[in-house]
Design a binder for this molecule. Sequence first.
Ligand SMILES: Nc1nc2c(ncn2[C@@H]2O[C@H](COP(=O)(O)OP(=O)(O)OP(=O)(O)O)[C@@H](O)[C@H]2O)c(=O)[nH]1
Length: 394
Amino acid sequence: MASAAETSAGPQGQAEKPVVIVTVGMAGSGKTTFMQRLNAHLFQNQEPRYVVNLDPAVAKLPFQCNLDIRDSVNYKKVMEEHRLGPNGAIMTSLNLFTTKVDQVLNILEKRAVPDPENPSRKPVKTILVDTPGQIEVFVWSASGTILLDSLASSFPTVIAYIVDTTRACSTSTFMSNMLYACSILYKTKLPMVVVFNKTDIQDAGFAKEWMTDYEAFREALDGDENKNAFGGQDGGSGYMASLLNSMSLMLEEFYSHLKMVSVSSVKGTGIDDFLEAVREKVDEFNAVYQPELDRRRAEREEIKKKQREKELEKMMRDMSMGGLTAGAPEENKSDEEEQDEPAPADDDSDDDEDDENDREGLQARYAASLLGKDSVTEEASFAKYLHSQRNASQ
Ligand SMILES: Nc1nc2c(ncn2[C@@H]2O[C@H](COP(=O)(O)OP(=O)(O)OP(=O)(O)O)[C@@H](O)[C@H]2O)c(=O)[nH]1
């Protein structure tokens, strides 16, 4: 069977990149169990994979992990030392871990290619990432964004949004779940597969129907309203139904961007469907998301370049003004002193000329460095200079 990474090969036969699957979902939706099942499935198919755990608070993982946030950050210590609650400590642990994102990417990139020192070790094809149950802590935090952006800038990345099907079968809980998924899709701007988990207990056929047929959802909504499922009085229930109805219409466009699969992580059903959906999403990542990511990266670079040019302009102005102010103390001298002062010797005029040459040379070097003709040392000295300027102005 084709691997999830098989469609991620770059153009003109470039080395195949592994696919990153990031599992997110509400607390208890079954993310860890799903990861365990996926890991076992890939192992059975002898597919080299790499497992990353980003949940610092998990007590015990039911699978072997290659890279574990708990090895570098002690969640309980973070809680004690910073006097934080559980969610604050998870967020701080993620922040601390994010400072090592370059190292993490280095490791992953090394594992994605053959190792000349260990030729028997196959390059990984799938990178599985488990995230904390507190979904907002990961998706809406700066560190979560940095981690996701960094992964997506190196590998095709797909979000697996896990839904507890047993808790999504009423129209209101279903809608809450879909709104969460929608916000994650638009926040991360990454392709998403919605995984209806625990289908050994509750079939997910209703969800598929509601996502593809508005009338079916409308009927279910009427049924819930008639049963007074929203529990409102004096028209409260009516308000809820009308809100859900409007949201369902609004989400129609969003549903069209999703791929949904039914899975039972406990029984192992639906995993092949999930991997097939990931393959589709990887194609979408390469065709749609990658160019968009490249465009955003180029935009950021352009902004940075403009900022540097602005700083250089300001610095040039400061330097030419500096030339004027260098003579300023002279102006404080009394007329008398000025008259008594002997005429400048030839030596002094040489110094002035040297200063002028130095300044011009310096300006030319800075300009060259900004125009990209810089050598490493010039760039370093320029950065040093800007730094000292900033410190001096503070
Ligand atoms: N019946 C059934 N139970 C499941 C399935 N997947 C997970 N569970 C159960 O759901 C509970 C929560 O599963 P976890 O995998 O710990 O969920 P999680 O989303 O990782 O939890 P947090 O990380 O704490 O948010 C456990 O009791 C699992 O055994 C499934 O497919 N079927």
